[in-house]
Design a protein around this ligand. Sequence first.
Ligand SMILES: *[C@@H]1O[C@H](CO)[C@@H](O)[C@H](O)[C@H]1NC(C)=O
Ligand SMILES: *[C@@H]1O[C@H](CO)[C@@H](O)[C@H](O)[C@H]1NC(C)=O
Ligand SMILES: *[C@@H]1O[C@H](CO)[C@@H](O)[C@H](O)[C@H]1NC(C)=O
Ligand SMILES: *[C@@H]1O[C@H](CO)[C@@H](O)[C@H](O)[C@H]1NC(C)=O
Ligand SMILES: *[C@@H]1O[C@H](CO)[C@@H](O)[C@H](O)[C@H]1NC(C)=O
Length: 204
Amino acid sequence: MVSVSVSPKPAITIVMALVLFFIFIYESKGSDEISPLFVADKNNNKVNLSVYYESLCQPCATFIIKNLYEIFNTNLISIVNLQLVPYANSHVNLTNNSISCQNGQDECILNSLESCAMNLWSDVGKYYGLIYCFEFLAIEGRSNKWQDCFDQLGLPLASILNCSRGNGTELAKKYIEETTKLHPPHSFLPWVVINNQPIAQKKY
Ligand SMILES: *[C@@H]1O[C@H](CO)[C@@H](O)[C@H](O)[C@H]1NC(C)=O
Ligand SMILES: *[C@@H]1O[C@H](CO)[C@@H](O)[C@H](O)[C@H]1NC(C)=O
Ligand SMILES: *[C@@H]1O[C@H](CO)[C@@H](O)[C@H](O)[C@H]1NC(C)=O
Ligand SMILES: *[C@@H]1O[C@H](CO)[C@@H](O)[C@H](O)[C@H]1NC(C)=O
Ligand SMILES: *[C@@H]1O[C@H](CO)[C@@H](O)[C@H](O)[C@H]1NC(C)=O
């Protein structure tokens, strides 16, 4: 058990470092306003970082394999509560209780596999590894090869498939509900929230 103790001042530095990691993607999307968020919680010094995304949204994939990768690469992850929220632009069709995803059924499948990995495995590094692999394939337009990720990483496919078939819809609903709770609501993806504040807002 590793205990991480961070005083408020370094926590502020961490938030700033996170913001710096993330700025470029918003610049490239034409966003020009970065909210101030130098707020550290004295009782829980871990920084809450939430990323709302969809598995086949290209800016999301880029964010996951570049920006989020840096959080792991620099070991900032040890002081970050990372919450990944797929299905950000998905909807529940109440007529037949099915999920429809912005980029089609293939995206729903990947969202579901990623959700299951996050719910079955407690090790953030383990499921981030799988999600990284999926998103890497998505950028290359080869996301249909997602089964290769299990082989390459030596991860168990059967339990994830079982979850996806059994609990997939329940998990999807859970994540869709998480997204509807956003204040302010997201206006583009990936939508990155640090300690309850979105780190960038598009001007209209
Ligand atoms: C992070 O989230 C946890 C759980 O939701 C909450 O208790 C804590 O206050 C949050 N920390 C900050 C710095 O917002
Ligand atoms: C929901 O599903 C029903 C039945 O398949 C379909 O007729 C309807 O168009 C769907 N609604 C939306 C918003 O996709
Ligand atoms: C539900 O409706 C959608 C939209 O019409 C359709 O694509 C999907 O196949 C349907 N799902 C089921 C389980 O009937
Ligand atoms: C398969 O999923 C169901 C729930 O959908 C669960 O009860 C069962 O334990 C799972 N089986 C395996 C082998 O993971
Ligand atoms: C997954 O399915 C099992 C058995 O069907 C159920 O007990 C459990 O609450 C479900 N988990 C989620 C997150 O929906």
